[in-house]
Design a protein around this ligand. Structure first.
Ligand code: ANZ
Length: 834
């Protein structure tokens, strides 16, 4: 009988489903393990094999943890609100809820097809009223705590989509998802005060076991800067405060710059300068922040006609406006110190302004700002001091004189929390006739079912489609019953994903968002697996909400995700003609190393790129499962290289993992045929080594090397004509998390009644892992001084200690200093002394 995945796999999937094999209950004596995947947005295109990498990896870990005696919570759901669904609904003329339902069915079928072991009893979508009712409820908590507020803010307005976008969603002046241009506007919007949590979001990063790279991205995103605020008197106006990280350079501040949006600009500008100034302000308003802060761009600005006084030396310095100063950072005003700041230097050079160095640069240093260390010069009472000391003294002086104070600024801004779309959570807020705001406490506040077609209201753009549902908008103020209007914004897509991991612990609770008892049992998430692209947005928003919930006493944990793992991306070959049009692999062929189109022999550029629908290089799991089987796909996905690295998809590669499973099957058939096989010492050792290696690799998510070890074992066993029943039973349990279907089949054939997914994880005997002994040469400065006999694979430290303990070696070393110890495992150690 040969290995037939297409027969085995659907059968076991059905058995798992019929026996509720992955259902988990909080009542258990076993230790808990909460393993979470970043849940997907159910788009209309379904999953491709690239999406499956992280899901398969975490499924392998979940299965291993179950077998190792953990009570594993491994849920899945859908992040289903969002713009693409709304667009698909318009195109297909279906309600967005229906589009969502259809897309979810596709996704779920695909996930089940590769044997992902989710507890589907806990499934939900963020667009389910029973879920978003609590998203609205959490929003009201934020509102009550003063953490949700309305403000007129400069926003990224996208005319094509008719909505505002968060800073995080905009890059190089366009919406990152669609490439539609975005412009700056001042609009009244809902904001969440994430900045109030900046320090805790920063400090608590030490409490989590996350990749250093992600922590660093969050630190930079929060961007804490320490320095001072300094008050500058502007003539005929009053004081304007600047934020600086370099108060020590105050004596070198030779001009003063306001952001074009600074509220003082209009008031201080002299009448002769007002035309030029307002022209510049208008131009700057149209530019994106990214462009404005580009270091390479020429620095521009205009003089306002006003002068300020440098508080350190009472010099009269001109006041400019310039677009490289942003209103949203610090105080929107700077003291310009061209001697030490390159942007200010460039500006001063262009406008012929004085430059005074206040830090002594190295000799021959000329022509640019000096940003390094050095003693203070031209700085009165600071002269001769180092930078840190000078900062401290200057702040002391400013505080004593009442001319400034110590200050901290963050790059992080408050979170823009409203969108002018339909398919999102309505904001549960009612606007009274006098501008009063009251919460809608009757939750869920559902979306209006129908939105009338566009009409004359469109003229009032920008506005939300919900405005058009007039009957829905009209309501009464809860406190007085007076006529009032509902808020017509919806929440951004990030809302549901900021707390969904808490709903999984108690998904059917109709009274509270989750039971605090269950939170106590399950939280925090022990391992969170997902893409690095979520390093700042989702992962920062979720941490923020979690901390707010902590402050409300609703969760007992300060951080939601204890350990984070980012899987790498999957790339594959794409084909494009000179006009940039993509072709599917079926439409091309290769000749003499060149790629050509099948119809017309058009030359093509072929490249390895991120797998994506828009690049026509997507592989769907259905194709692969049909041809090779789900178990081969699972193995291949995590065998492609280290999990965190990007990897190139090659369908051929699947024949390798398929061959491995064929051989494992063959090993089983052979062993069955000779049921009285006894294992040789080598096989026994190989088995124990394999258990050790696979167990350790699984703990560290080194799935590719775990598979290599399993392959080595099968080769050894095949060379021996089969293995004993006991050895086979252990090997199958090791392979089961990776290739669960074929392992259930073999496990059953071995006479087991329980499923292999519930079988105990095999243990190894360290004694039995040890290879025969080896002789290690000990050298001192390259000369042979002793020989050691050790078990092979011995630790470097133990070999070194034994070597240093040899009398001949000790004599050679005497009281000389050991400079280096070279170690070649199982062969040699060389002690280098001077
Ligand atoms: C004087 C100075 C001298 C500065 C010097 C730097 C170097 P980070 O470190 O990123 O926090 N700045 C302050 N507010 C600004 C704004 N709204 N737009 C553009 N630039 C602004 O940067 C803080 C420094 O950036 C501040 O310190 C200020 O320039 C500038 F040798 O003040 B500094």
């Amino acid at each position: 009988m040969s290995y037939k995945p297409n027969e085995i796999e659907p059968k076991w999937q059905r058995i798992w489903q019929d026996t509720d094999a992955f259902r988990v209950s909080p009542k258990s004596d076993k230790p808990k393990y909460y393993l979470l995947d970043m849940f997907p947005y159910p788009s209309g295109h379904g999953l491709h094999v690239g999406h499956l990498k992280g899901y398969i990896a975490s499924d392998i870990v979940a299965r291993h943890k179950r077998m190792s005696g953990f009570n594993v919570l491994h849920p899945m759901g859908w992040d289903s609100f969002g713009l693409p669904t709304e667009r698909q609904a318009e195109r297909d003329n279906l309600p967005p809820s229906e589009v969502t339902r259809l897309n979810i069915t596709t996704f779920k079928t695909q996930m089940n097809m590769v044997g992902l072991s989710y507890d589907w009893d806990r499934e939900f979508a963020t667009s389910d009223p029973s879920f978003f009712r609590w998203t609205q409820w959490i929003f009201l908590k934020l509102f009550e705590m003063g953490l949700a507020y309305e403000a007129n803010v400069p926003v990224n307005w996208c005319p094509a989509l008719g909505t505002v976008l968060a800073d995080e969603e905009v890059k190089d002046g366009v919406y990152i998802e669609t490439g539609d241009p975005v412009e700056r506007r001042i609009m009244r919007q809902w904001m969440l005060k994430i900045t109030a949590y900046a320090d805790r979001l920063l400090d608590d990063l030490v409490k989590v076991d996350w990749p250093e790279q992600v922590k660093e991205l969050q630190r930079n995103w929060i961007g804490r800067s320490e320095g001072a605020e300094i008050f500058f008197e502007v003539e005929d106006y009053g004081p304007i405060t600047v934020f600086t990280t370099r108060p020590d350079t105050l004596f070198g501040a030779t001009f003063f710059v306001l952001s074009p949006e600074h509220p003082a600009v209009e008031k201080i500008t002299t009448s002769e300068r007002s035309d030029v100034v307002s022209g510049y302000v208008e131009k700057a308003g149209r530019m994106s922040e990214i462009d404005r802060t580009d270091m390479k761009r020429e620095k521009t600005g205009v003089f306002t006609g006003a002068y300020a006084v440098n508080p350190a030396n009472n010099d009269r310095i001109p006041v400019f406006i310039a677009d490289y100063v942003l209103m949203g950072y610090g105080t929107g005003a700077i003291m310009a110190v061209p001697g030490q700041d390159q942007r200010d230097w460039d500006f001063a050079a262009g406008y012929d302004l004085p430059i005074i160095r206040t830090i002594r640069p190295p000799e021959d240093f000329e022509g640019q700002a000096y940003v390094g260390e050095g003693p203070a010069i031209n700085s009165g009472f600071l002269d001769g001091l180092g930078v840190e000391e000078a900062k401290r003294r200057m702040i002391e002086w400013l505080e004593r004189e009442g001319k400034g104070r110590r200050a901290v600024t963050y790059r992080l801004r408050d979170w823009l929390f409203s969108r002018q779309r339909y398919w999102g959570e309505p904001l549960p807020i009612i606007h009274g006739p006098n501008g009063e705001l009251e919460p809608e406490t009757n939750l869920p506040l559902l979306l209006p079912e129908r939105i009338p077609e566009e009409d004359s209201l469109r003229e009032h753009e920008p506005f939300s489609p919900l405005e058009r549902a007039i009957d829905w908008v009209r309501t009464a103020l809860p406190s007085t019953g007076r006529p009032a209007k509902r808020d017509t914004n919806v929440m951004p897509q990030w809302a549901g994903s900021s707390w969904y991991y808490l709903r999984f612990i108690d998904p059917r609770n109709a009274k509270t968002p989750w039971d605090i008892e269950f939170e106590y049992i399950w939280m925090p998430v022990d391992l969170y697996v997902g893409g690095i692209e979520h390093a700042t947005l989702h992962l920062l928003y979720a941490r923020f909400w979690h901390k707010v919930l902590y402050d409300c006493g609703l969760v007992s944990t300060e951080e939601p995700f204890q350990r984070l793992f980012n899987q790498g991306m999957v790339h594959s070959r794409s084909y494009r003609d000179n006009s940039g049009r993509y072709y599917y692999p079926e439409q091309v062929y290769e000749k003499d190393g060149e790629w050509l189109t099948k119809d017309g022999d058009l030359p093509l550029n072929s490249r390895i790129e991120k797998m994506s629908k828009s690049r026509y290089n997507v592989i769907r799991p259905e194709q692969v499962v049909e041809e090779y089987g789900a178990d081969s796909l699972r193995l291949y996905k995590v065998f492609m290289g280290p999990l965190k690295a990007n990897a190139i998809w090659q369908t051929d590669g699947l024949s390798g993992t398929r061959r491995f499973l064929d051989r494992a099957w063959h090993m089983f058939e052979v062993s069955k045929a000779y049921s009285d096989i006894e294992d040789s010492e080598e096989i026994e050792r190989a088995l124990h080594q394999t258990i050790k290696k696979v167990t350790e690799d699984l703990e560290n998510l080194r799935l590719n090397t775990a598979i290599s070890q399993l392959m080595i074992f099968v080769n050894q066993a095949t060379a021996q004509d089969g293995v004993s029943r006991d050895t086979l039973s252990r090997f199958i349990r090791l392979l089961a998390p990776f290739a669960p279907h074929v392992c259930e089949e073999i496990w059953q054939s071995l006479g087991n009644e329980e499923l292999v997914l519930n079988a105990p994880w095999p243990e190894y005997d360290p004694e039995k892992c040890i290879e025969s002994e080896v002789t290690i040469v000990v050298q001192v400065n390259g000369k042979l001084r002793a020989r050691l006999v050790r078990p092979s694979g011995a630790e470097e430290a133990s070999v070194r200690a034994a070597a240093l303990d040899q009398q001949t070696v000790r004599q050679q070393i005497g009281d000389k200093e050991i400079m280096n110890v070279i170690y070649i495992p199982d062969k040699l150690t060389n002690i280098v002394v001077n």
